[in-house]
Design a protein. Structure first.
Length: 171
């Protein structure tokens, strides 16, 4: 009996831990973004993928991020705005030129040195489903159902400020 009682705390801990991982797995979060120089070059060279729908977050004149998603996906978000870059290529050109003229303190990831960078967007299985061009080095994506994506908007956060986005607290 004494031996069982000494093992009991470890069993309880293991059960709690397995419950936590199960909960995280059920949230259907994507694997985020994977930075890649090819995506950066694609945007800088104004290449638009015909298999993608494009969206931007933030002000149209100075977005925090632009993403292209496989056309099979439906976006659920009031923060991302669809834009037809085939018909508005000059908008992409403006974003690229303007993005290179901003100062580092305008919400850029410190390691980006004031320049937008490109990345692939990954689903929960690690499959590339789109691309990302942003001043931020992170992206959060939920997949609540088949071919549905909820991209959370990237936001600039001042030190010491708490921000709540779609029910998530971010410090």
């Amino acid at each position: 009996m004494h031996r069982f009682l000494s093992v009991l705390p470890f069993l309880i801990f293991a059960l709690i831990l397995s419950g936590c991982t199960h909960t995280l797995r059920n949230q259907n979060l994507g694997q985020g973004i994977r930075e890649h120089h090819e995506v950066t070059a694609k945007y800088r060279n104004l290449i638009i993928d015909p298999n993608y729908h494009y969206y931007y977050a933030g002000p149209k004149s100075n977005p925090d991020a632009v993403m292209g998603l496989d056309k099979v996906f439906t976006v659920q978000s009031k923060f991302w705005h669809q834009i037809d870059l085939d018909k508005n290529k000059e908008q992409l050109e403006y974003w690229v030129r303007w993005g290179d003229r901003q100062s580092v303190d305008e919400g850029f990831a410190a390691r980006y040195g004031g320049r937008y960078q490109g990345a692939y967007i990954l689903d929960p299985d690690g499959k590339v489903i789109g691309d990302w061009w942003s001043k931020k080095d992170w992206g959060i994506f939920e997949f609540p159902g088949d071919n549905v994506i909820i991209p959370h908007p990237p936001r600039y956060i001042d030190r010491g400020t708490r921000l709540k986005i779609d029910g998530y607290k971010i410090n």
